[in-house]
Ligand binder design. Structure first.
Ligand SMILES: [Fe+2]
Length: 295
């Protein structure tokens, strides 16, 4: 953990937004450096609530990157060079603009339109990002909400037979950049990047178990037949989609939302393409890989 000494950010207030996930944080200006005591409180709140919403912030790119660095090393935008949009102004490699802005009809950012299924970012990499923060710069009047669901509760509420079947197994996560809604049973393996992780993970920080599979990216569970895989994935994805333990964030300009990218899954609701939506994304790297939950 790397804390920055700096100006005191006192009078932090946490207001839960849901029973199992989400808290609003008031009493802190993220454009200033965060003192060690406040950083420790935010770290604990992130573990407890999984999603922290800081409303009414006014943040430069540098401010947001410095804030992300409170929780570990700042990671990078993972999209390969060949798949990056040309003509996008050169930015810090930590920054990805999630926006539907277009120039000459072509998106200038990433993930411009529509719904996105539940997922965790970068779980197709060997070391997925630990946390992510998004900053609201333009928001649609309707739709484009981000829904966060607790993967800890997904595990705890998983039917016993599924818990037994998944515990001790790896699941293969695979992603073809740009896909936001899964329309085929399997991705094209030649195009996708893939990595396996424990289907039931243990967070090395506090030992809590969570479901580490998601509908957008998880392709198969190691050691199961094709038929068993199909049946199990269908049941797990239905369980995720119907999880009641979620928080739905309606974006406002100036919102900074930080989430635990392993223990919270996120999805996006559809929104009208003619309404501007622009969020600035900065990820935090992980230094404590997810462990396999023992049977
Ligand atoms: Fe995402």
């Amino acid at each position: 953990m790397r804390y920055n000494p700096g100006m005191a950010a006192s009078s932090l207030q946490f207001t839960p937004l849901g029973t199992y996930i989400g808290a609003r944080v008031d009493g802190i200006d993220l454009s200033e450096q965060i003192d060690d005591d406040s950083a420790a409180m935010l770290e604990k709140a992130l573990a407890d609530h999984l999603v922290l919403v800081f409303p009414k912030q006014s943040l430069s790119e540098e401010d947001q990157i410095r804030f992300a660095g409170t929780f570990g090393d700042v990671s990078q935008h993972l999209r390969p060079d060949a798949l990056r949009n040309k003509g996008v102004p050169a930015a810090n490699p930590a920054v990805m603009m999630v926006t539907n802005e277009r120039k000459d009809g072509k998106p200038v950012g990433y993930l411009p339109d529509g719904e996105i299924f539940y997922h965790t970012d970068s779980c197709f990499m060997e070391t997925p990002q630990r946390a992510v923060c998004l900053y609201g710069m333009a928001v649609p009047e309707t739709g484009g909400d981000t829904i966060f669901a607790s993967a800890c509760r997904m595990y705890e509420t998983l039917p016993a037979d599924l818990k037994t079947r998944l515990t001790g197994r790896n699941a293969l996560n695979s992603f073809e950049f740009g896909i936001s809604v899964k329309t085929v049973e399997k991705f094209d393996r030649d195009k996708a990047v893939s990595h396996s992780h424990p289907a039931i993970g243990i967070d090395p920080r506090d030992g809590r178990r969570f479901l580490y599979m998601n509908e957008l990216m998880t392709e198969e569970i190691d050691g199961l037949s094709e038929a068993e895989n199909r049946e199990t994935l269908k049941a797990v994805f239905a369980h995720i989609r119907t999880s009641p333990d979620h928080y739905r964030h309606k974006w406002r300009i100036g919102d900074l939302v930080l989430w635990d990218n392993r223990r919270a899954q996120h999805a996006r609701t559809d929104f009208p393409p003619d309404q501007p939506r622009k969020l600035r994304r900065v990820p935090v790297a992980d230094d404590k890989p997810v462990k396999m939950a023992p049977a």
